[in-house]
Every structure is written in structure tokens, then in C-alpha cells.
Design a protein around this ligand. Structure first.
Ligand code: ASP
Length: 386
């Protein structure tokens, strides 16, 4: 199954090489790399000082790391207007490649703007038919090539384990640049989890312990659901409701992971009615991830799981409504025209640009610089609330 580490390396999502013997050789090397303990693999994501520099999966985060990124995010967001010239110079010599093998609007654009906020040069490769992949180049060679020109790579891939694959390639290279997972397969979207966490933390005024959260829609294949649930599980006394029909319910591996972390897990298959009023943290809506069905059809959303205006009224302070976007029919259209503090969807999206700015600053060791420029700027103006 895709959600633990028993990957099916023959699923065709990675080009391992030109011949069966090449493929076998590289797969064996990769398996050897994966055989390390989870602790060792996390360590492989850190620099010599123990800073997490490869941002690959929610399982690698802890609360001090998230707290730090949130602080740098707020500093970048608040000081940008006043210290933009300074921020624009910070990473002026750094170059990032956005290597996106799947459609993306928000992740791609927000990473691009985030890199320009810090003065980085960014390039993108979205249509792999224009790269040497079309000439049969292996994904391993492609990544090594890109890492020769750039200082960081942000990737998006249909492959559930592309994060580990990329980490392995970097670990065998003499130029192991930081890599950031902008969404891999059905399993992981760690930077979305950070921006969602930032939004939740601000909305709940940092009181996340003891709160309850509802994940609605496609809990099986929604990578944002998996990553955010794992991040929230770092807090104490968390209760989660997975609200989805049986066929889209949370997978057993993620459920077991959450329970092990002490989360109280509830699975609700009948519909969303009655849930928003008991939620104290956030209702997190998601679309059906039907691109994984392979038949090219857009599946209709079960009306019993639609978030209505009545539900918005039932949502109790300080709980909020969230959605990683894109949304389709899972949220009632009138909600687009409601002006309500509880609707955090668009704020959440904008927060993505700032959390990704903070992540770039962090991986290149300029996070303290961002904090400093905020403290200097804050002497000159009163900050705006979230
Ligand atoms: N944008 C999110 C993702 O890439 C959510 C979605 O596509 O539904 O996973």
C-alpha cells in the first residue's frame, strides 16, 4: 500500500533506466537506502547543524520546527511592505527549479512568488516532453542534472514516494541541494500542511491542543488530508472526524499512525450533517481526487457531504472553514458571497505564499535575517492582524 514504506517500485511512476538490468541495479540501490530506520532517513534530510533542509514529509516535522517556520512566516508577511528591498536582496544569488510533473496553480505560483520575494531566480519545468525525459533519460539522471545548475528544487510528482527517491538521488550526489516536496502522489503535501497549520494556529490563537477537526471529501487520496492530519497529531488531545463515504475513507495506515500519536479517530460515512456544530478547530473540505481513477471522468460529489450555509452558521467560534483548493461542488456557492471570519479558505491560500517564503529563507539559513528585518521594521509601524 502506498501510505507506508512498502512502495511498489514497478508501478511505472519512476523511469529507473533504459534496460532491465539498469533498472534492477538502481532499484536495488534505492531499496538499500530505504532500509535505513525512519530516524536515519530524517537525519538524511538535515544539514550538519541538524536543520531540516529537505522538506519532504509531514512525519519529519516537530512542533519546534513548525513554530519556527510560523514565526518566520509572520515576520516575512508583516515586514515585506516595509523591508521589501532588503528581503529582495537576501537570496539574490540563489536559483530554484520548479519541477512540476502534475497540474498546479497555487503551489506552483506561490512558490514562484515566494522565491521572487527573496530575490531568487526561478525557472520552471512543467512539460516534461520538452526535457530529455522524452529521449528516455532516467529520472535519476534528470534530477542530478538539474541539481548541477540550481540551488534548490521544488518538485511535484504523481509518484507517492518521489520524495524518498529525490532524497536518495541527492544522497548519492556530491552536490546535494535542498529539495522541497510540492505534492507527491496521493500520500504527501507537506508544505500545504505547513500553510494550513499556520492558518489554524492563527485562527485558534495558538490553542490547538484539545481541539477537534473534521476532514471531509476524499480522505483516502487527498494528500493534503494525510499531511495535515499528521501535523495536527503532534498536539495533545486531538480528535479527528474523517467524514467521507466508505470508498473515500481514511486508509488504515494513516489511521494507525494517528492513533499511535494519541489522536481520537472517528469515521463518519453517513454525511456531514451534525458535524460542523461539534467541531472546535476546523472543518477541512476537499474535492474528490478523481484524477487517480484513470478514466478521465469528473466524479459527482455526494450531496450529503456538501458544506452548506446552515453549517457555516452552526460552526462555533473559534472553529474555521478551510479547503486546500481547487474546490468544486463540495462547498455551497452562496458561501463565496458570505463575509464571515470563519471562512479561512482565501486567507489560507495567501498564507501559502508567506509560509513558502519562510521555507526558502529557512533552508538557505536566512531565517534569522528575516526575523531581524521584521524586528527592525516593527519599530516603525504597527502590524496588521492575520
Ligand atoms: N491542491 C491540492 C493538491 O495538490 C488539493 C487538490 O488538488 O485537491 O493536492
Amino acid at each position: 500500500m502506498v501510505f507506508d514504506h512498502n512502495f511498489n517500485l514497478d508501478d511505472g511512476s519512476i523511469n529507473w533506466g533504459p534496460t532491465e538490468s539498469h533498472r534492477e541495479y538502481h532499484r536495488k540501490m534505492f531499496q538499500g537506502f530505504l532500509a535505513q530506520t525512519p530516524q536515519k532517513l530524517r537525519q538524511a534530510c538535515c544539514d550538519d547543524e541538524g536543520r531540516l533542509v529537505h522538506i519532504l514529509q509531514a512525519e519529519h516535522f516537530d512542533l519546534p520546527f513548525l513554530e519556527h517556520i510560523c514565526e518566520v512566516t509572520t515576520a516575512a508577511r508583516r515586514s515585506y511592505k516595509f523591508a521589501s528591498a532588503k528581503m529582495h536582496e537576501m537570496l539574490a544569488r540563489k536559483k530554484v527549479l520548479h519541477l512540476f510533473a502534475q497540474p498546479s496553480s497555487r503551489t506552483f505560483e506561490s512558490f514562484t512568488v515566494a522565491s521572487s520575494n527573496l530575490g531568487m531566480t526561478s525557472r520552471s519545468l512543467r512539460d516534461l516532453r520538452t526535457s530529455s525525459s522524452a529521449k528516455g533519460e532516467s529520472d535519476r539522471d534528470a534530477l542530478r542534472t538539474h541539481s548541477s545548475y540550481f540551488d534548490a528544487i521544488v518538485f511535484r510528482s504523481p509518484c507517492d514516494y518521489f520524495d524518498m527517491f529525490a532524497l536518495w538521488v541527492m544522497s548519492t550526489s556530491n552536490r546535494p541541494i535542498p529539495i522541497i516536496n510540492g505534492g507527491s502522489g496521493k500520500a504527501k503535501h507537506p508544505t500545504q500542511a505547513i500553510l494550513d497549520y499556520y492558518t489554524i494556529r492563527a485562527s485558534l490563537e495558538r490553542q490547538i491542543d484539545g481541539k477537534s477537526f473534521a476532514f471531509v471529501g476524499d480522505c483516502l487520496r487527498g494528500r493534503t488530508v494525510h499531511s495535515l492530519a499528521k501535523v495536527l497529531a503532534l498536539h495533545k488531545d486531538i480528535e479527528m472526524y474523517f467524514v467521507a463515504p466508505e470508498e473515500y475513507q481514511i486508509d488504515p495506515q494513516t489511521e494507525a499512525y494517528l492513533k499511535k500519536k494519541g489522536v481520537k479517530v472517528n469515521k463518519v460515512t453517513g454525511g456531514l450533517e451534525g458535524i460542523p456544530e461539534i467541531i472546535t478547530g476546523a472543518v477541512y473540505m476537499t474535492r474528490i481526487q478523481d484524477e487517480h481513477d484513470g478514466d478521465g471522468e469528473q466524479k459527482r460529489y455526494n450531496p450529503r457531504f456538501i458544506f452548506t450555509e446552515k453549517m457555516l452558521d452552526q460552526l462555533q467560534d473559534p472553529a474555521v472553514l478551510m479547503h486546500p483548493l481547487p474546490k468544486r461542488e463540495e462547498i455551497y456557492p452562496a458561501i463565496d458571497y458570505r463575509s464571515d471570519r470563519k471562512i479561512m479558505i482565501w486567507r489560507e491560500m495567501r498564507n501559502g505564499m508567506w509560509t513558502r517564503t519562510a521555507l526558502f529563507a529557512h533552508i538557505f539559513g536566512f531565517d534569522q535575517e528575516v526575523l531581524r528585518s521584521y524586528h527592525e521594521a516593527s519599530k516603525a509601524y504597527a502590524p496588521t492582524p492575520l
